[in-house]
Write a protein that binds this ligand. Sequence first.
Ligand code: ACM
Length: 527
Amino acid sequence: MRLKFVFVLAIVFSVLLPINAQDLALIPTPHTLKVVNNQYLTIKKWKVDGSNDYHDLIETFALQIKACGIDFPVELSRRGKASNLILKEVSGEKQLGEASYSLVINPTGATIEFSHARGLFYGLQTLLQITNSGSVSGNKMKIPCLEIEDHPQFEWRGLMLDESRHFFGKQTVFQLLDWMAFYKMNRFHWHLSDEQGWRVEIKKYPKLTQVGGIGNYSDAQAPAQYYTREQITEIVKYARDRFIEVIPEIDMPGHASAANRAYPEFSGGGSKDHPDFTFNPGTPKTYSYLTDIMRELAHMFPSEYIHLGGDEVHYGNQQWKENPDILALMENKKLGNMREVENYFLRSMSDSLNTLTRKMIGWDEIVDAGIPSNNCLVMWWRHEKPGQLTKALANGYKTILCPRIPLYFDFVQHESHESGRRWDGAFVPLDKILAFRQDYGAVISKYADLVVGVQANLWTETVSHTGRLNYLIFPRIAGVAEIGWSTHSSVDQTGFLKRLETNFPLYEKMNIQYFNPLSPGSTPEIK
Ligand code: ACM
């Protein structure tokens, strides 16, 4: 009789109840989350079942926990030993998508099901955040029992860092990669050349870094700063261990001044405000030179795509009109004006990348260049030109959405802030990022196959040190992660902020200076 009563109670208490995601503080929000009422897992450490091929991932998980300020032990239990975290690869009828996973926590332990390493990695990131939300008493952690099924909305969830305007170095990049992984972001777009500096070592052209690496936006004479090939390899591996692809950008044919300071023989001239801004598109020498550079980049970066910029060439192509090489090219190739020259250049460099088995990404100007739509990716950035987005999509270009407003992090994030950009008074507070999926909902659903993702971009003209860099990125990065991953078409903003608050102590532990949108006065602007 008594036993039966206990049994009935157990059934009543193990009913799965949907709860508010903010109680578990998961960012981004998983596809589905159900918490088992009144049941908990109580543990002193994660003892991970080691009878699988995923020891590297478990090692990264243990590093991640530390890197994100969560103080909880993780150990690998040897074959046959008791464990409380089971990693279960599933196939056949239970086969999951590449980035999908399920996570079940019951009173005896946690199980992550996945079919691909990437899915397992994301399951572990969710577990890491759950570990942060657990209640601690003494040396024990109590975690609610739950069931999660999860997969991302978008394949591309990116962050771009400009290290030409200011150089931050590899520790800053490692920390960014850790937080991108924490928030399940997966593309690090690295802007490595522009007017102010060239930041990647190219063995065949050493002056690119020795001369082009000199200077930054604050000080044109600052000693050369750049990444060596070994450092790049280390960073690419660090990212790959966190399922992040690194995409280098060498901007061309404009924004090329630093390269042209090193090798003026390839310059196509510039303008009064932007001297030596362009490469010379009129001579075959330029294409061989740039292809040599691309070959070395392809060696360092295994990404499918290399970003060739292609933006704002008109800032400094005025001297093209008088350049005999370019005039000859125009006649030869029947190019009617400077825009057609620019487009010819982009098509040629896209072909060059193909010979290296890579494809081109470009800013949305490249939509007009006539590159086949299956051979490049477009980043739509000019928010005041929605027509350029429609044109890209109508012409079948796979497109990443990164409109300045609300996805440029160099814009100020609070009305009281003084340093940073505005556009006709508009700026980029977190709530504008969180409204993105509603604001762009129509285009996202109309072109579901072509909108491959979202990306935040940090240009660093106004960012001369890591403290300010973090202040601009945190916590807006969490908002971008939410709109990139969540399958829900809108964000419950109040709930999001509640979840976000649980991340602030982690930022503090890791010495990240952040902006608190819930209490703007408590985190004064870092300039
Ligand atoms: C850009 O912001 N010039 C792509």
